[in-house]
Design a binder for this molecule. Structure first.
Ligand SMILES: [Zn+2]
Length: 134
């Protein structure tokens, strides 16, 4: 059993592995994340593993992802090593998660990318809308 990259301490298969898929054909076969935090964690995991561009696009609000491609999003831009969820909330179909995502820079030291992401729910599915990097 591999440990989930989102550092929840759970196994991948019982954590983000429930949601993420590498081909759009799996969209209907996989359950949708129930909370903004679940979606945020699964998207971090998709970035950390690479090759999940279809999942990142499928969970991205169409208006803010129209210039992005699955191929681009499938590339591993850097090595993500850890995720800290700082704060989260939900009001109706709007949600937000503040987090710091840690990655290794070219010298191998950990750097943090901190963001407050916003999410919207439509037809029972949460979507990432955009984020403010702090
Ligand atoms: Zn996870």
């Amino acid at each position: 059993m591999s440990v989930c990259p989102c550092t929840s301490g759970k196994a991948f298969n019982t954590c983000c592995g429930r949601f993420i898929f590498s081909s759009k054909a799996d969209l209907q076969r996989k359950p949708a994340a129930k909370t903004p935090e679940q979606l945020m964690r699964s998207r971090f995991t998709a970035y950390a593993l690479g090759n999940y561009g279809d999942y990142l696009l499928a969970t991205w609000w169409p208006l803010t992802s129209q210039h992005l491609s699955s191929v681009e999003l499938s590339q591993k831009s850097c090595e993500w090593v850890r995720l800290d969820v700082l704060e989260k909330g939900q009001k109706g179909n709007d949600g937000w998660v503040s987090f710091c995502a840690w990655y290794l820079d070219e010298n191998g030291s950990e750097q943090a990318m901190c963001e407050r992401s916003t999410f919207k729910r439509e037809n029972g599915r949460w979507y990432y809308v955009d984020g403010d990097v702090s």
